[in-house]
Design a protein around this ligand. Structure first.
Ligand SMILES: [Zn+2]
Length: 109
C-alpha cells in the first residue's frame, strides 16, 4: 500500500516542476455576460496567485515527503510519529501528517 503511494509520490515529484502546466488547478470561472471585464481580470489575478501558492506549498510538501522517504519515515506522521492511514497516503501521497495532527495544524493557522 505504501509502496503504491511512494510510486505516486515520485511521479508527482517528477511532474511538479515549477511553472509546469501539469498542476492544472485553475477552475472554470467564466461569466456569461460582458459584465465587468475588470472584475474578471482581478479574479484571474487572484486565481493565478492562489495557483502559485498551492503549487509552492505542494512543492514544499513533496520535498518534505521525499525527505521522509529518504529517512525511512515515509508514511509516518512527522508530528506524532504514528503511521498515517493508508487511505490518506493513497489519496495524497505527499502528505506528511496524520489526520489528527493536520487538523491541529489547520486550527493553529
Ligand atoms: Zn500525527
Amino acid at each position: 500500500m505504501i509502496a503504491a503511494s511512494e510510486m505516486r509520490l515520485r511521479q508527482l515529484a517528477s511532474e511538479a516542476v515549477p511553472g509546469a502546466p501539469s498542476l492544472t488547478l485553475v477552475p472554470e470561472l467564466r461569466t456569461d455576460g460582458d459584465e465587468g471585464d475588470l472584475a474578471q481580470v482581478v479574479i484571474d489575478g487572484e486565481i493565478a496567485q492562489r495557483v502559485a501558492d498551492v503549487r509552492a506549498s505542494l512543492q514544499d510538501q513533496l520535498a518534505r515527503a521525499l525527505d521522509r522517504l529518504a529517512l525511512g519515515r515515509y508514511g509516518y506522521c512527522e508530528d506524532c510519529g504514528e503511521a498515517i492511514l493508508a487511505e490518506r497516503m493513497e489519496f495524497a501521497p505527499e502528505t506528511t501528517t496524520c489526520v489528527g495532527c493536520q487538523a491541529r495544524r489547520d486550527r493553529a493557522r
